[in-house]
Design a protein around this ligand. Structure first.
Ligand code: HEM
Length: 518
Protein backbone atom coordinates (compact mmCIF):
# COMPACT_ATOMS: atom_id res chain seq x y z
CA UNK A 1 0.00 0.00 0.00
CA UNK A 2 2.79 2.41 1.04
CA UNK A 3 4.75 1.52 -2.10
CA UNK A 4 1.72 2.27 -4.31
CA UNK A 5 1.20 5.59 -2.53
CA UNK A 6 4.85 6.56 -2.87
CA UNK A 7 4.91 5.56 -6.54
CA UNK A 8 1.76 7.64 -7.10
CA UNK A 9 3.35 10.63 -5.41
CA UNK A 10 6.51 10.21 -7.47
CA UNK A 11 4.51 10.06 -10.71
CA UNK A 12 2.61 13.24 -9.73
CA UNK A 13 5.86 14.99 -8.74
CA UNK A 14 7.49 14.11 -12.05
CA UNK A 15 4.41 14.79 -14.17
CA UNK A 16 3.28 18.02 -12.53
CA UNK A 17 5.84 20.33 -14.15
CA UNK A 18 5.11 18.76 -17.54
CA UNK A 19 1.36 19.18 -17.04
CA UNK A 20 1.89 22.78 -16.02
CA UNK A 21 4.11 23.37 -19.02
CA UNK A 22 1.46 21.77 -21.22
CA UNK A 23 -1.22 24.00 -19.73
CA UNK A 24 0.88 27.16 -20.17
CA UNK A 25 1.79 26.10 -23.72
CA UNK A 26 -1.84 25.48 -24.58
CA UNK A 27 -2.91 28.83 -23.12
CA UNK A 28 -0.15 30.64 -25.02
CA UNK A 29 -1.09 28.78 -28.20
CA UNK A 30 -4.75 29.65 -27.63
CA UNK A 31 -4.01 33.29 -26.85
CA UNK A 32 -1.55 33.91 -29.68
CA UNK A 33 -2.92 31.65 -32.35
CA UNK A 34 -6.32 29.97 -31.92
CA UNK A 35 -8.32 32.91 -30.58
CA UNK A 36 -7.09 35.47 -33.15
CA UNK A 37 -7.75 32.93 -35.93
CA UNK A 38 -11.29 32.39 -34.62
CA UNK A 39 -11.91 36.15 -34.46
CA UNK A 40 -10.60 36.63 -37.99
CA UNK A 41 -12.95 33.95 -39.30
CA UNK A 42 -15.97 35.44 -37.51
CA UNK A 43 -15.23 38.90 -38.86
CA UNK A 44 -14.64 37.63 -42.41
CA UNK A 45 -18.03 35.91 -42.34
CA UNK A 46 -19.52 39.36 -41.67
CA UNK A 47 -17.65 40.87 -44.60
CA UNK A 48 -15.02 42.60 -42.44
CA UNK A 49 -11.57 42.21 -43.96
CA UNK A 50 -8.22 43.85 -43.67
CA UNK A 51 -4.52 43.64 -44.53
CA UNK A 52 -2.89 40.22 -44.15
CA UNK A 53 -1.06 39.95 -40.79
CA UNK A 54 2.45 38.54 -40.44
CA UNK A 55 3.26 35.89 -37.82
CA UNK A 56 3.56 37.45 -34.31
CA UNK A 57 4.02 41.02 -35.56
CA UNK A 58 0.67 41.39 -37.33
CA UNK A 59 0.49 44.60 -39.40
CA UNK A 60 2.85 46.56 -37.15
CA UNK A 61 5.87 46.64 -39.51
CA UNK A 62 3.69 47.89 -42.36
CA UNK A 63 2.08 50.52 -40.15
CA UNK A 64 5.47 51.69 -38.89
CA UNK A 65 6.84 51.89 -42.45
CA UNK A 66 3.84 53.88 -43.70
CA UNK A 67 4.15 56.34 -40.80
CA UNK A 68 7.89 56.82 -41.32
CA UNK A 69 7.26 57.55 -45.01
CA UNK A 70 4.37 59.93 -44.44
CA UNK A 71 6.11 61.99 -41.76
CA UNK A 72 9.61 62.10 -43.17
CA UNK A 73 8.96 65.53 -44.71
CA UNK A 74 7.40 68.67 -43.23
CA UNK A 75 4.08 69.81 -44.66
CA UNK A 76 4.35 72.47 -47.39
CA UNK A 77 2.24 74.98 -45.47
CA UNK A 78 0.03 75.13 -42.39
CA UNK A 79 -2.47 72.64 -43.73
CA UNK A 80 -4.82 70.76 -41.40
CA UNK A 81 -5.39 67.87 -43.77
CA UNK A 82 -3.38 65.53 -41.55
CA UNK A 83 -5.06 62.10 -41.66
CA UNK A 84 -2.94 60.67 -44.48
CA UNK A 85 0.15 61.96 -42.69
CA UNK A 86 -0.60 60.84 -39.12
CA UNK A 87 -2.55 57.62 -39.72
CA UNK A 88 -1.56 56.65 -43.27
CA UNK A 89 -2.50 53.04 -42.55
CA UNK A 90 -6.09 54.17 -41.90
CA UNK A 91 -6.08 56.28 -45.08
CA UNK A 92 -4.80 53.32 -47.12
CA UNK A 93 -6.78 50.45 -45.64
CA UNK A 94 -10.09 52.31 -45.35
CA UNK A 95 -9.82 52.96 -49.11
CA UNK A 96 -9.18 49.28 -49.87
CA UNK A 97 -11.42 47.53 -47.32
CA UNK A 98 -13.97 50.22 -46.38
CA UNK A 99 -14.07 52.24 -43.16
CA UNK A 100 -14.79 49.12 -41.10
CA UNK A 101 -11.73 46.88 -41.35
CA UNK A 102 -9.62 44.52 -39.27
CA UNK A 103 -5.96 45.25 -38.51
CA UNK A 104 -3.49 43.38 -36.32
CA UNK A 105 -1.53 45.03 -33.60
CA UNK A 106 0.97 42.18 -33.24
CA UNK A 107 -1.28 39.24 -32.27
CA UNK A 108 -4.15 41.45 -31.15
CA UNK A 109 -6.92 41.88 -33.72
CA UNK A 110 -8.40 45.38 -33.79
CA UNK A 111 -11.60 46.39 -35.52
CA UNK A 112 -11.55 49.89 -36.92
CA UNK A 113 -15.05 51.22 -36.29
CA UNK A 114 -16.30 54.61 -37.50
CA UNK A 115 -20.07 54.02 -37.44
CA UNK A 116 -21.19 56.76 -35.05
CA UNK A 117 -24.35 55.07 -33.81
CA UNK A 118 -22.49 51.84 -33.04
CA UNK A 119 -19.68 53.73 -31.32
CA UNK A 120 -22.20 55.57 -29.16
CA UNK A 121 -23.91 52.33 -28.08
CA UNK A 122 -20.62 50.48 -27.57
CA UNK A 123 -19.08 53.18 -25.36
CA UNK A 124 -22.23 53.93 -23.38
CA UNK A 125 -24.02 50.60 -23.04
CA UNK A 126 -21.20 48.09 -23.00
CA UNK A 127 -18.66 49.85 -20.81
CA UNK A 128 -18.95 47.14 -18.14
CA UNK A 129 -18.07 44.32 -20.52
CA UNK A 130 -15.32 46.09 -22.44
CA UNK A 131 -12.08 47.79 -21.42
CA UNK A 132 -8.36 48.08 -21.91
CA UNK A 133 -6.68 45.10 -23.55
CA UNK A 134 -3.88 42.99 -22.13
CA UNK A 135 -1.42 44.46 -24.63
CA UNK A 136 -2.30 48.06 -23.75
CA UNK A 137 -1.98 47.32 -20.06
CA UNK A 138 1.37 45.60 -20.49
CA UNK A 139 2.68 48.52 -22.53
CA UNK A 140 1.81 51.07 -19.85
CA UNK A 141 2.35 49.07 -16.65
CA UNK A 142 5.87 50.42 -16.18
CA UNK A 143 4.87 54.03 -15.93
CA UNK A 144 1.27 54.06 -14.67
CA UNK A 145 0.75 50.66 -13.10
CA UNK A 146 -2.85 49.70 -12.39
CA UNK A 147 -4.35 53.20 -12.02
CA UNK A 148 -7.73 54.35 -13.37
CA UNK A 149 -6.77 54.77 -17.03
CA UNK A 150 -5.89 51.11 -17.55
CA UNK A 151 -8.05 49.45 -14.89
CA UNK A 152 -10.94 47.20 -15.86
CA UNK A 153 -14.15 45.82 -14.34
CA UNK A 154 -14.79 46.23 -10.60
CA UNK A 155 -11.30 47.64 -10.04
CA UNK A 156 -12.06 50.45 -12.47
CA UNK A 157 -15.51 51.04 -10.99
CA UNK A 158 -14.25 51.46 -7.39
CA UNK A 159 -11.36 53.70 -8.41
CA UNK A 160 -13.61 55.93 -10.51
CA UNK A 161 -16.09 56.17 -7.62
CA UNK A 162 -13.37 57.30 -5.21
CA UNK A 163 -11.81 59.78 -7.66
CA UNK A 164 -14.89 61.38 -9.23
CA UNK A 165 -15.60 63.92 -6.41
CA UNK A 166 -12.11 65.38 -6.92
CA UNK A 167 -13.34 66.82 -10.23
CA UNK A 168 -16.67 68.28 -9.15
CA UNK A 169 -18.25 71.51 -7.92
CA UNK A 170 -16.42 73.57 -5.34
CA UNK A 171 -13.50 71.14 -5.24
CA UNK A 172 -12.88 71.85 -8.90
CA UNK A 173 -13.07 75.62 -8.39
CA UNK A 174 -10.49 75.37 -5.62
CA UNK A 175 -7.76 74.54 -8.20
CA UNK A 176 -8.37 77.82 -9.95
CA UNK A 177 -6.00 79.95 -7.84
CA UNK A 178 -3.05 77.62 -8.49
CA UNK A 179 -3.70 77.69 -12.22
CA UNK A 180 -3.80 81.49 -12.28
CA UNK A 181 -0.68 81.77 -10.13
CA UNK A 182 1.39 79.47 -12.35
CA UNK A 183 0.10 81.16 -15.54
CA UNK A 184 1.00 84.60 -14.18
CA UNK A 185 4.51 83.38 -13.37
CA UNK A 186 4.96 82.06 -16.91
CA UNK A 187 3.73 85.37 -18.36
CA UNK A 188 6.13 87.26 -16.11
CA UNK A 189 9.03 85.19 -17.46
CA UNK A 190 7.91 85.93 -21.03
CA UNK A 191 7.71 89.67 -20.30
CA UNK A 192 11.13 89.59 -18.69
CA UNK A 193 12.69 87.89 -21.70
CA UNK A 194 11.02 90.38 -24.01
CA UNK A 195 12.50 93.15 -21.90
CA UNK A 196 15.90 91.58 -22.63
CA UNK A 197 15.19 91.75 -26.37
CA UNK A 198 13.79 88.28 -27.11
CA UNK A 199 10.71 88.24 -29.34
CA UNK A 200 10.51 84.63 -30.57
CA UNK A 201 9.46 81.89 -28.16
CA UNK A 202 9.19 78.14 -28.51
CA UNK A 203 5.82 77.99 -26.79
CA UNK A 204 5.24 74.23 -26.62
CA UNK A 205 8.09 73.92 -24.10
CA UNK A 206 6.71 76.76 -21.93
CA UNK A 207 3.27 75.17 -22.02
CA UNK A 208 4.62 71.74 -21.11
CA UNK A 209 6.33 73.21 -18.07
CA UNK A 210 3.28 75.24 -17.10
CA UNK A 211 0.87 72.29 -17.33
CA UNK A 212 3.35 70.07 -15.43
CA UNK A 213 3.45 72.61 -12.62
CA UNK A 214 -0.35 72.93 -12.52
CA UNK A 215 -0.85 69.18 -12.35
CA UNK A 216 1.95 68.86 -9.77
CA UNK A 217 0.07 71.35 -7.57
CA UNK A 218 -3.20 69.48 -8.15
CA UNK A 219 -1.61 66.19 -7.10
CA UNK A 220 0.99 67.18 -4.50
CA UNK A 221 -0.03 70.64 -3.21
CA UNK A 222 2.85 71.97 -1.08
CA UNK A 223 5.16 69.17 -2.32
CA UNK A 224 4.71 70.19 -5.95
CA UNK A 225 8.43 70.81 -6.61
CA UNK A 226 9.18 67.17 -5.74
CA UNK A 227 6.15 66.27 -7.86
CA UNK A 228 7.72 68.05 -10.83
CA UNK A 229 10.92 66.05 -10.35
CA UNK A 230 8.90 62.82 -10.37
CA UNK A 231 7.14 63.93 -13.54
CA UNK A 232 10.49 64.50 -15.24
CA UNK A 233 11.52 60.96 -14.46
CA UNK A 234 8.13 59.66 -15.59
CA UNK A 235 8.49 61.46 -18.92
CA UNK A 236 11.82 59.70 -19.48
CA UNK A 237 10.21 56.40 -18.52
CA UNK A 238 7.38 57.05 -20.95
CA UNK A 239 9.87 57.73 -23.77
CA UNK A 240 11.77 54.54 -23.04
CA UNK A 241 8.53 52.57 -22.90
CA UNK A 242 7.49 53.99 -26.26
CA UNK A 243 10.86 53.07 -27.79
CA UNK A 244 10.63 49.56 -26.43
CA UNK A 245 7.02 48.83 -27.48
CA UNK A 246 8.36 47.02 -30.51
CA UNK A 247 9.70 44.32 -28.19
CA UNK A 248 6.29 43.79 -26.58
CA UNK A 249 5.10 41.62 -29.38
CA UNK A 250 7.29 38.72 -28.27
CA UNK A 251 5.80 36.75 -25.40
CA UNK A 252 7.70 37.47 -22.15
CA UNK A 253 9.88 40.13 -23.83
CA UNK A 254 9.33 42.61 -21.04
CA UNK A 255 11.45 40.35 -18.83
CA UNK A 256 14.43 40.30 -21.23
CA UNK A 257 17.42 42.10 -19.64
CA UNK A 258 17.71 44.53 -22.55
CA UNK A 259 19.24 48.00 -22.25
CA UNK A 260 15.74 49.54 -22.32
CA UNK A 261 14.32 47.18 -19.72
CA UNK A 262 17.23 47.76 -17.29
CA UNK A 263 17.00 51.54 -17.63
CA UNK A 264 13.21 51.39 -17.28
CA UNK A 265 13.48 49.36 -14.10
CA UNK A 266 16.01 51.79 -12.57
CA UNK A 267 13.82 54.81 -13.37
CA UNK A 268 10.68 53.11 -12.08
CA UNK A 269 12.45 52.35 -8.79
CA UNK A 270 13.64 55.96 -8.48
CA UNK A 271 10.12 57.33 -9.07
CA UNK A 272 8.61 54.96 -6.50
CA UNK A 273 11.23 55.85 -3.89
CA UNK A 274 10.60 59.60 -4.28
CA UNK A 275 6.85 59.06 -4.12
CA UNK A 276 7.19 56.99 -0.95
CA UNK A 277 9.31 59.75 0.57
CA UNK A 278 6.56 62.35 -0.07
CA UNK A 279 3.90 60.00 1.27
CA UNK A 280 5.88 59.28 4.42
CA UNK A 281 6.38 63.03 4.94
CA UNK A 282 2.61 63.54 4.72
CA UNK A 283 1.90 60.73 7.15
CA UNK A 284 4.49 62.06 9.61
CA UNK A 285 3.09 65.59 9.56
CA UNK A 286 -0.44 64.25 10.14
CA UNK A 287 0.91 62.23 13.07
CA UNK A 288 2.73 65.20 14.61
CA UNK A 289 -0.09 67.74 14.16
CA UNK A 290 -2.81 65.17 14.98
CA UNK A 291 -4.63 66.61 12.01
CA UNK A 292 -7.61 64.70 10.57
CA UNK A 293 -6.73 65.25 6.93
CA UNK A 294 -3.69 64.44 4.82
CA UNK A 295 -4.33 67.51 2.66
CA UNK A 296 -6.63 68.95 0.01
CA UNK A 297 -4.61 67.79 -2.99
CA UNK A 298 -5.10 64.50 -4.82
CA UNK A 299 -2.47 62.75 -2.67
CA UNK A 300 -4.17 63.96 0.53
CA UNK A 301 -7.59 62.84 -0.69
CA UNK A 302 -6.29 59.40 -1.58
CA UNK A 303 -4.42 58.96 1.73
CA UNK A 304 -7.59 59.95 3.65
CA UNK A 305 -9.53 57.43 1.63
CA UNK A 306 -6.95 54.70 2.37
CA UNK A 307 -7.23 55.40 6.10
CA UNK A 308 -11.00 54.81 5.95
CA UNK A 309 -10.19 51.18 5.10
CA UNK A 310 -12.29 48.82 3.04
CA UNK A 311 -15.33 50.18 1.18
CA UNK A 312 -18.78 48.54 1.52
CA UNK A 313 -17.94 46.51 -1.56
CA UNK A 314 -14.70 45.17 -0.15
CA UNK A 315 -12.41 47.44 -2.16
CA UNK A 316 -9.32 48.69 -0.38
CA UNK A 317 -7.10 51.47 -1.64
CA UNK A 318 -3.47 50.59 -0.89
CA UNK A 319 -0.19 52.46 -1.12
CA UNK A 320 0.80 50.88 -4.43
CA UNK A 321 -2.49 51.88 -6.03
CA UNK A 322 -2.19 55.44 -4.71
CA UNK A 323 1.23 55.67 -6.35
CA UNK A 324 -0.19 54.26 -9.59
CA UNK A 325 -3.01 56.81 -9.48
CA UNK A 326 -0.58 59.72 -9.04
CA UNK A 327 1.40 58.55 -12.06
CA UNK A 328 -1.76 57.93 -14.07
CA UNK A 329 -3.10 61.44 -13.58
CA UNK A 330 0.17 62.96 -14.68
CA UNK A 331 0.29 60.74 -17.75
CA UNK A 332 -3.37 61.30 -18.68
CA UNK A 333 -3.59 64.98 -17.81
CA UNK A 334 -0.27 66.63 -18.57
CA UNK A 335 0.67 66.20 -22.19
CA UNK A 336 -2.95 66.18 -23.37
CA UNK A 337 -3.60 69.65 -21.91
CA UNK A 338 -0.20 71.00 -23.00
CA UNK A 339 -0.91 69.89 -26.57
CA UNK A 340 -4.41 71.33 -26.61
CA UNK A 341 -2.90 74.67 -25.58
CA UNK A 342 -0.07 74.41 -28.10
CA UNK A 343 -2.27 73.62 -31.10
CA UNK A 344 -4.83 76.25 -30.14
CA UNK A 345 -2.10 78.90 -29.96
CA UNK A 346 -0.81 77.77 -33.36
CA UNK A 347 -4.33 78.08 -34.81
CA UNK A 348 -4.86 81.51 -33.29
CA UNK A 349 -1.44 82.68 -34.49
CA UNK A 350 -2.26 81.63 -38.05
CA UNK A 351 -5.82 83.01 -37.91
CA UNK A 352 -5.46 86.61 -36.69
CA UNK A 353 -9.16 87.39 -37.17
CA UNK A 354 -10.11 84.70 -34.67
CA UNK A 355 -7.32 85.78 -32.36
CA UNK A 356 -8.86 89.28 -32.34
CA UNK A 357 -12.34 87.86 -31.76
CA UNK A 358 -11.12 85.88 -28.75
CA UNK A 359 -9.28 88.91 -27.40
CA UNK A 360 -12.37 91.11 -27.75
CA UNK A 361 -14.46 88.54 -25.91
CA UNK A 362 -11.92 88.22 -23.10
CA UNK A 363 -11.78 92.01 -22.80
CA UNK A 364 -15.55 92.28 -22.69
CA UNK A 365 -15.93 89.59 -20.02
CA UNK A 366 -12.83 90.08 -17.84
CA UNK A 367 -11.91 93.71 -18.46
CA UNK A 368 -8.44 94.09 -17.02
CA UNK A 369 -8.98 91.43 -14.33
CA UNK A 370 -7.35 88.01 -14.42
CA UNK A 371 -9.74 85.39 -15.82
CA UNK A 372 -11.52 83.78 -12.86
CA UNK A 373 -14.04 80.98 -12.38
CA UNK A 374 -17.09 83.23 -12.80
CA UNK A 375 -15.71 84.53 -16.12
CA UNK A 376 -15.01 81.09 -17.55
CA UNK A 377 -18.66 80.04 -17.98
CA UNK A 378 -19.32 83.18 -20.07
CA UNK A 379 -16.76 82.50 -22.79
CA UNK A 380 -18.38 81.53 -26.03
CA UNK A 381 -15.95 82.36 -28.85
CA UNK A 382 -13.09 80.88 -26.83
CA UNK A 383 -15.10 77.67 -26.36
CA UNK A 384 -15.70 77.41 -30.08
CA UNK A 385 -12.02 77.92 -30.83
CA UNK A 386 -10.99 75.27 -28.28
CA UNK A 387 -13.47 72.77 -29.76
CA UNK A 388 -12.21 73.42 -33.27
CA UNK A 389 -8.67 72.86 -32.05
CA UNK A 390 -9.72 69.58 -30.37
CA UNK A 391 -11.33 68.55 -33.64
CA UNK A 392 -8.36 69.30 -35.92
CA UNK A 393 -5.59 68.14 -33.53
CA UNK A 394 -7.21 65.85 -30.92
CA UNK A 395 -4.68 64.99 -28.16
CA UNK A 396 -6.30 61.52 -27.92
CA UNK A 397 -6.30 60.33 -31.52
CA UNK A 398 -8.03 57.01 -30.90
CA UNK A 399 -10.16 55.20 -28.35
CA UNK A 400 -9.35 51.52 -27.90
CA UNK A 401 -11.77 49.10 -26.19
CA UNK A 402 -11.52 45.32 -26.04
CA UNK A 403 -14.75 43.29 -25.81
CA UNK A 404 -14.59 40.97 -22.77
CA UNK A 405 -17.66 39.07 -23.90
CA UNK A 406 -19.52 38.50 -27.16
CA UNK A 407 -21.47 41.64 -28.05
CA UNK A 408 -24.14 42.17 -30.69
CA UNK A 409 -23.98 45.77 -31.96
CA UNK A 410 -26.92 46.20 -34.34
CA UNK A 411 -26.07 43.92 -37.27
CA UNK A 412 -22.45 43.58 -36.22
CA UNK A 413 -21.27 40.74 -33.97
CA UNK A 414 -18.19 41.57 -31.88
CA UNK A 415 -16.60 38.40 -30.51
CA UNK A 416 -14.96 38.28 -27.09
CA UNK A 417 -11.27 39.25 -27.37
CA UNK A 418 -11.67 41.66 -30.28
CA UNK A 419 -10.40 45.18 -29.67
CA UNK A 420 -12.52 47.95 -31.10
CA UNK A 421 -10.38 50.79 -32.40
CA UNK A 422 -12.22 54.11 -32.71
CA UNK A 423 -10.11 56.47 -34.86
CA UNK A 424 -11.11 59.86 -33.38
CA UNK A 425 -8.68 61.74 -35.64
CA UNK A 426 -10.19 60.19 -38.78
CA UNK A 427 -13.76 60.84 -37.59
CA UNK A 428 -12.84 64.47 -36.86
CA UNK A 429 -11.57 64.87 -40.42
CA UNK A 430 -14.39 63.03 -42.16
CA UNK A 431 -15.94 65.18 -44.88
CA UNK A 432 -19.22 63.25 -44.74
CA UNK A 433 -19.65 64.35 -41.12
CA UNK A 434 -18.21 67.88 -41.11
CA UNK A 435 -18.79 69.08 -44.67
CA UNK A 436 -16.51 70.24 -47.48
CA UNK A 437 -14.55 72.64 -45.27
CA UNK A 438 -13.55 69.74 -42.98
CA UNK A 439 -9.84 70.59 -43.11
CA UNK A 440 -10.33 74.32 -42.57
CA UNK A 441 -10.12 76.08 -39.22
CA UNK A 442 -13.70 77.24 -38.78
CA UNK A 443 -14.77 77.54 -35.11
CA UNK A 444 -18.18 78.78 -36.31
CA UNK A 445 -19.21 75.15 -36.80
CA UNK A 446 -19.29 74.85 -33.01
CA UNK A 447 -21.75 77.72 -32.58
CA UNK A 448 -24.40 75.02 -32.34
CA UNK A 449 -24.65 72.11 -29.94
CA UNK A 450 -22.10 69.41 -30.60
CA UNK A 451 -23.44 66.00 -31.62
CA UNK A 452 -22.27 62.52 -30.68
CA UNK A 453 -19.69 62.57 -33.48
CA UNK A 454 -17.42 64.80 -31.41
CA UNK A 455 -15.42 62.61 -29.02
CA UNK A 456 -12.31 64.50 -27.84
CA UNK A 457 -12.89 63.28 -24.29
CA UNK A 458 -14.41 59.90 -25.16
CA UNK A 459 -17.98 59.03 -24.16
CA UNK A 460 -19.93 56.96 -21.66
CA UNK A 461 -18.94 56.08 -18.12
CA UNK A 462 -15.27 55.79 -19.12
CA UNK A 463 -15.03 59.27 -20.58
CA UNK A 464 -12.26 61.61 -19.45
CA UNK A 465 -12.58 62.20 -15.72
CA UNK A 466 -10.37 65.31 -15.98
CA UNK A 467 -12.11 67.07 -18.86
CA UNK A 468 -13.62 69.93 -16.82
CA UNK A 469 -10.27 70.51 -15.14
CA UNK A 470 -8.50 70.48 -18.53
CA UNK A 471 -10.95 72.94 -20.07
CA UNK A 472 -10.79 75.23 -17.06
CA UNK A 473 -7.00 75.28 -17.29
CA UNK A 474 -7.02 75.79 -21.06
CA UNK A 475 -9.40 78.75 -20.80
CA UNK A 476 -7.42 80.41 -18.01
CA UNK A 477 -4.11 80.08 -19.86
CA UNK A 478 -5.43 81.15 -23.28
CA UNK A 479 -7.47 84.06 -21.93
CA UNK A 480 -4.46 85.28 -19.94
CA UNK A 481 -2.15 85.01 -22.96
CA UNK A 482 -4.44 86.90 -25.35
CA UNK A 483 -4.91 89.60 -22.69
CA UNK A 484 -1.16 90.13 -22.55
CA UNK A 485 0.19 89.42 -26.02
CA UNK A 486 -0.45 89.65 -29.72
CA UNK A 487 1.13 86.68 -31.42
CA UNK A 488 2.02 85.64 -34.95
CA UNK A 489 3.61 82.49 -36.25
CA UNK A 490 7.38 82.76 -36.70
CA UNK A 491 8.99 82.00 -40.04
CA UNK A 492 11.02 79.41 -38.13
CA UNK A 493 7.89 77.37 -37.45
CA UNK A 494 7.82 74.17 -39.50
CA UNK A 495 4.41 72.54 -39.77
CA UNK A 496 5.16 68.89 -39.12
CA UNK A 497 2.60 67.20 -36.89
CA UNK A 498 3.70 63.74 -35.73
CA UNK A 499 2.09 61.16 -33.51
CA UNK A 500 4.10 60.15 -30.46
CA UNK A 501 1.21 58.73 -28.42
CA UNK A 502 -0.60 62.04 -29.14
CA UNK A 503 -0.36 64.58 -31.98
CA UNK A 504 2.68 66.79 -31.44
CA UNK A 505 4.40 69.55 -33.42
CA UNK A 506 7.67 67.83 -34.37
CA UNK A 507 9.83 70.93 -33.97
CA UNK A 508 7.75 72.79 -31.39
CA UNK A 509 5.78 76.00 -31.86
CA UNK A 510 7.78 79.15 -32.56
CA UNK A 511 5.74 82.32 -32.06
CA UNK A 512 6.60 86.00 -32.20
CA UNK A 513 5.02 87.66 -29.18
CA UNK A 514 4.30 91.37 -28.83
CA UNK A 515 3.09 92.75 -25.52
CA UNK A 516 -0.26 94.53 -25.61
CA UNK A 517 0.08 98.02 -24.22
CA UNK A 518 -3.08 99.27 -22.50
C1 HEM B 1 -7.16 68.29 -23.32
C2 HEM B 1 -6.96 67.47 -22.35
C3 HEM B 1 -7.47 66.06 -22.29
C4 HEM B 1 -7.95 65.25 -23.28
C5 HEM B 1 -8.14 65.58 -24.76
C6 HEM B 1 -8.29 63.99 -22.67
C7 HEM B 1 -8.85 62.91 -23.34
C8 HEM B 1 -9.24 61.75 -22.73
C9 HEM B 1 -9.94 60.68 -23.39
C10 HEM B 1 -10.33 60.67 -24.85
C11 HEM B 1 -10.15 59.71 -22.48
C12 HEM B 1 -10.89 58.41 -22.70
C13 HEM B 1 -9.91 57.34 -23.08
C14 HEM B 1 -10.61 56.08 -23.48
O1 HEM B 1 -11.81 56.04 -23.61
O2 HEM B 1 -9.89 55.10 -23.67
C15 HEM B 1 -9.58 60.15 -21.24
C16 HEM B 1 -9.58 59.41 -20.07
C17 HEM B 1 -8.99 59.84 -18.91
N1 HEM B 1 -8.47 61.08 -18.67
FE1 HEM B 1 -8.34 62.61 -19.96
N2 HEM B 1 -7.98 64.05 -21.33
C18 HEM B 1 -7.50 65.30 -21.06
C19 HEM B 1 -7.11 65.80 -19.84
C20 HEM B 1 -7.13 65.09 -18.67
C21 HEM B 1 -6.76 65.61 -17.37
C22 HEM B 1 -6.35 67.06 -17.09
C23 HEM B 1 -6.82 64.58 -16.50
C24 HEM B 1 -6.54 64.54 -15.03
C25 HEM B 1 -6.00 65.45 -14.31
C26 HEM B 1 -7.26 63.40 -17.24
C27 HEM B 1 -7.43 62.15 -16.71
C28 HEM B 1 -7.98 61.09 -17.39
C29 HEM B 1 -8.17 59.78 -16.79
C30 HEM B 1 -7.72 59.35 -15.41
C31 HEM B 1 -8.83 59.00 -17.75
C32 HEM B 1 -9.30 57.57 -17.59
C33 HEM B 1 -10.76 57.61 -17.17
C34 HEM B 1 -11.38 56.25 -16.98
O3 HEM B 1 -10.96 55.29 -17.64
O4 HEM B 1 -12.29 56.17 -16.18
N3 HEM B 1 -7.43 63.76 -18.55
N4 HEM B 1 -9.04 61.40 -21.42
Amino acid sequence: MVVVLLTGLLVVAVAAPFLLLLKVSYETFYFYWLRPKRIKKIMEKQGVRGPKPQFLVGNMPEMAKLIVESTVKDMDCVDHNVVARLIPHYALWSKIYGKRFLLWYATEPRLCLTDLEMIDIYLKKYNKVSGKSWMQRQGSEHFVGKGLLFANGDDWYHQRHILAPTFMGEKLKSYHANMTESTEQMIEVLHKKMGEGQSEFEMSEYLKQLTAEIIAKFEFGPDFEKGKYIFNQLTMLQRLTYQSTKHLILPGSRFFPTKYNRRKEALRREVDETLLEIIQGRKDSVGISRCESHGEDLLGILLDEMRKGETKNGFHLNLKLIMDELKTFYFAGHETTALLLTWTLMLLATNPLWQDKVREEVKEICGSENPSSHHLTKFNVLNMVINESLRLYPPATLLPRMAFQDIQLGNLFIPKGLSVWIPVLAINHDEEIWGPDVNEFNPERFSMRVGRHFLPFGAGARNCIGQTLALMETKIVLASLVQQFNFVISENYRHAPVTVLSVQPKYGLQLILKPIVV
